[in-house]
Design a protein around this ligand. Structure first.
Ligand code: SF4
Ligand code: SF4
Ligand code: SF4
Length: 242
């Protein structure tokens, strides 16, 4: 038992949907626990050890100084830091709100006297080195299994070597751009199976930019089919903190 790698699972500001994906592994999680020891996980168990950890998996983004301190402390005592989901990897949904908007909405909702404690929601790598990003909002269960398995077998963690467009073509979808409908698939890291496009929605880039993405090239294409405000809105969903 004592020889199993110790894993911690932490969360900051987020919706906890990615952790629910871990819980939803069910029997597969029990199988994994024969090979690893989850020693700290607020959402999943009462057991709590203070480290050091083989790997710490972190969901969400820190938005207070205390949370930033906790993150830095986790970095010091973890061999691997793994960002879990779009909030941790990109700032995600919490990152849509910036300082100016926060001040405006806080005043509107809570009144002039209220002093918000939160700061802009930035991705984990704004504060510490991150060893791997499990992309998605929420993350995919198969991807989770692969990361756990690769970590335990000492295999190098790796990303899919293609964009969402590749998966979109494999799924047999007609390209939205050809029909003058925006999409961020060409610059987005593959791995989701182009689930949004297959379901009739555009890709908003929740898997983050793929390596070597030609962002300016895509913007030029988008400028021919929609307004600058619309393009800004697309990029503000997940990619505005990159
Ligand atoms: S990435 Fe999406 S599903 Fe995961 S915690 Fe953030 S908002 Fe929730
Ligand atoms: S619809 Fe989007 S993801 Fe699919 S091929 Fe076109 S640009 Fe790429
Ligand atoms: S299609 Fe784009 S927005 Fe949808 S899950 Fe995939 S990466 Fe995320």
């Amino acid at each position: 038992m004592g020889l199993k790698p110790k894993i911690a699972i932490y969360d900051f500001t987020d919706c906890e949907g990615c952790e629910v994906q871990i819980v939803s592994l069910r029997e597969k999680l029990l199988d994994l626990e024969k090979r690893l020891d989850i020693v700290d996980w607020r959402l999943g168990q009462e057991k709590k050890e203070s480290g050091p950890f083989f790997a710490t998996i972190i969901e969400g983004t820190p938005i207070t100084q205390d949370e930033i301190n906790t993150l830095r402390n986790l970095r010091e005592k973890s061999k691997y830091i793994i960002a879990l989901g779009a909030c941790a990897s990109l700032g995600g949904i919490p990152g849509i709100m910036n300082k100016e908007n926060r001040a405006k909405w806080c005043e509107k909702i809570y009144g002039k006297e209220y002093k918000p404690r939160g700061i802009d929601a930035l991705p984990l790598q704004a504060y510490v080195k991150v060893d791997f990003f499990i992309h998605g909002c929420p993350v995919d269960q198969k991807e989770l299994e692969k990361v756990f398995s690769d970590l335990l077998s000492g295999k190098k963690l790796s990303y899919h070597p293609y964009s969402v467009c590749f998966e979109c073509k494999m799924a047999g979808n007609e390209c939205r751009l050809i029909n003058n409908r925006p999409c961020l698939g060409p610059i987005t890291q593959g791995g989701c199976g182009a689930v949004c496009i297959s379901g009739g929605s555009p890709c908003y880039g929740c898997f983050g930019n793929r390596e070597g993405a030609n962002i300016e090239g895509l913007k030029k294409v988008l400028e021919k089919i929609t307004t600058k405000d619309e393009i800004k809105r697309y990029f503000s969903m997940f990619l505005n903190k990159n």
